[in-house]
Write a protein that binds this ligand. Structure first.
Ligand SMILES: Cc1ncc(COP(=O)(O)O)c(C=O)c1O
Length: 364
């Protein structure tokens, strides 16, 4: 086979371990997954009720235009319906963006460590990649500007960033956007937008008129609690969306996912409640880290990146044995740390107890 050469140096995406697998291999009665930043409160009860009662003509293709959901989201964000692109998760939108703009002559800039799919997809397209190291968990936007060349096609901004959780101060983002040439697409991946509680944060969709070269990514996988349905979307100028739409597969969101996402939008109270509960629990992690004298990045998301006193893989293994699945920083480009999804109050109590146990074993 004439595989793309780059594939020889690549590996398939390795997801976190599943509850079933861990339960079986460790012989545990109860396992809590705090590894993929899903919503520990599930989804809005109206969505669950809808799922139990809804019936659909499963033999019919989905609405490839996502008409109803498109209308609802356009209204929610105050944008035109032609400004939205739907993806099978925002993962698919990242793939579409790379297919549309990158080839072996193009250049792209991204933070590191950050969400793996930017570099994964850029590599497949053969683009030259400049990875700009974070500084204390934050994007080094000046270094991004210095890295721009005539061939730069995409700049990726993960805000708040995964895996550190840090949010770029709004004025810094604006200063940066003012300096980026308008022929470069700036992707603002905001998968964790709904969890941000910083009062100075501004909805970047409101920046679209001022900066028509930005594309904002959002998802139903996190705060909306619908990760299994695979539905994410991009909001941008109609000119950008039109080009990206040429690459999108015809029926990339299934009928149930479209219906469920639309239903979820009717219960913004659920999102507010989750944001509030998550904030309270995030503060708990902050106090724990301060009390124990361990480093924790300043998160505005539903996960925290915590320092560990031993190798991150070993710490992850220790917590697995206690029934908690978390992500080792070794796999995320943050050795010496583990990433923990903020769970419910009860889940966090158990996790912090196990973590404390780990610290005590190490004499901390
Ligand atoms: C920063 C970021 N972007 C995008 C995604 C992909 O989300 P999804 O494809 O579920 O919409 C994730 C998932 O973890 C993420 O952390």
């Amino acid at each position: 086979m004439q595989w793309k050469k780059v594939l020889t140096s690549m590996k398939p995406y390795k997801p976190g371990r599943s509850i079933e697998e861990v339960t079986e291999s460790y012989g545990l009665e109860k396992v809590v997954k705090l590894a993929s930043n899903e919503n520990p409160y599930g989804c809005a009860s109206s969505v669950s009720e809808f799922l139990q009662s809804s019936s659909m003509p499963f033999e019919i293709y989905p609405d490839g235009h996502a008409t109803t959901l498109r209308k609802k989201l356009a209204e929610k964000h105050g944008v035109g319906e032609e400004s939205i692109l739907f993806g099978n998760g925002s993962d698919e939108i990242i793939t579409i963006i790379c297919r549309a703009l990158l080839d072996d002559k193009a250049h792209t800039i991204m933070p590191t460590p950050s969400f793996s799919q930017y570099s994964h997809n850029a590599k497949i397209e053969g683009a030259e990649i400049t990875e700009v190291p974070l500084v204390d968990g934050l994007h080094n936007l000046n270094a991004f500007l210095s890295a721009i060349t005539e061939r730069t096609a995409i700049i990726w901004i993960c805000n708040p960033n995964n895996p550190t959780g840090n949010l770029i101060p709004h004025n810094e983002l604006i200063n940066f956007l003012e300096k980026v040439p308008k022929n470069i697409l700036v992707v603002l991946d905001e998968a964790y937008f709904e969890y941000v509680t910083d009062p100075n944060h501004v909805d970047s969709i409101k920046l679209l008129e001022r900066f028509p070269n930005i594309l904002v990514l959002r998802t139903f996988s996190k705060a909306y609690g619908l990760a299994s349905f695979r539905i994410g979307y991009a909001v941008g100028s109609s000119a950008i969306i039109t080009e990206l739409n040429k690459i999108r597969n015809p029926f990339n969101n299934n009928s149930l996912a479209l219906a469920v996402a639309g239903k979820a939008l009717e219960d913004e109270g659920f999102i507010e409640k989750c944001r509030e509960l998550n904030h309270i629990q995030r503060e708990r992690f902050k106090s724990f880290a301060a009390e124990k004298g361990i480093h924790m990045y300043d998160s505005q998301t539903n996960f925290v990146l915590l320092e560990v006193p031993i190798d991150a893989d070993e710490a992850t293994e220790f917590l697995l044995q206690h029934g908690y699945i978390v992500r080792s920083g070794n796999a995320l480009g943050t050795p010496g740390h583990i990433r923990i999804t903020i769970g419910t109050e009860g889940q966090n109590t158990g996790l912090l107890k196990a973590f404390d146990h780990l610290l005590k074993e190490k004499g901390i």
